[in-house]
Design a protein around this ligand. Structure first.
Ligand code: 5GP
Ligand code: ZN
Length: 118
């Protein structure tokens, strides 16, 4: 069972923000911003290419509710979905990162990594 499935089952404790029948939101254990939350489907889905359009449609109002609950609608926030190896996905269970609480820098890659044609 993957780490996030263990969190869903309560086998690994987490600091929960919001829960529905289908989704769970909790604090990232290693925050990269003043607010750094993870939003996951409770059912194990590994990658973005495995996600159904129904799941992606349903997760939208859940994320919106989280952002609203955290008071981030005015200040803004960033949603990130790291997918697969090049995307930097470490936990093989689909998740969004929701980052906020400060002005975030952009882009996430170093300029020397930028493709010549960009
Ligand atoms: P990824 O690199 O897969 O997009 O992000 C995985 C995230 O999960 C990382 O930001 C990491 O800090 C977080 N994480 C890994 N294990 C745990 C855990 O056991 N509990 C919580 N709350 N977050 C975790
Ligand atoms: Zn899982």
């Amino acid at each position: 069972m993957c780490i996030f499935c263990k969190i869903v089952d309560g086998e690994i404790p987490s600091n929960k923000i919001l829960e529905s029948e289908e989704f769970l939101c909790f604090h990232d254990v290693n925050p990269r911003a003043p607010i750094h939350l993870l939003i996951i489907p409770k059912a194990h889905v590994e990658k973005f290419q495995d996600a159904s359009s129904e799941l992606m449609a349903n997760i939208t109002p859940f994320i919106q509710e989280v952002a609203s609950k955290m008071g981030l609608n005015l200040s803004g926030y960033r949603l990130i979905l790291n997918n697969g190896e090049d995307g930097g996905q470490e936990v093989p269970h689909l998740h969004f990162h929701l980052l906020g609480g400060t002005k975030l820098s952009w882009p996430h890659f170093s300029p020397k990594e930028t493709h010549k044609s960009l």
